[in-house]
Write a protein of this length. Sequence first.
Length: 156
Amino acid sequence: MREAVPEDAAGVAAVFAPYVRDSVVTFETVPPTPSEWRARIDGRPFVVLADDDEVLGYALASPWRPKPAYRHTVETTVYLAADQAGQGHGRRLMDELLRRCAEAGHRQAIAVIVDTGAGGSVGLHKAIGFREVGRLEAVGHKQNRWLDTILMQRAL
């Protein structure tokens, strides 16, 4: 596990693209290109799990909202390559990401999780100290379904 660098952009794009194309767990509808990912590797907390140069998963923190008073709150994201799920990598990535967020002076972390009914992401977040603080009903439409999101929060 290490800090993401611009050279990881293609690997991050490859991990994320199947989630965009084949699932409802993200509300993205077009996979971001490596060039777009490169721009996101901009000094914010962003960690990758890699085997040599192959990206197996990543976690990043983004600004929660654009208004200045929210500057100490981040939204967290974690994704793994399909063959890496169920091995504890998501927790390791999130633990490291949250540590880096706290070191950077952030005070709150928010997770916005699409409610697919599967519960894996909610379970992961509960295990690392997030608590459910709300639900937004039918706020996303993808694959001919209206989808809710679960809001979870953790102090850093």
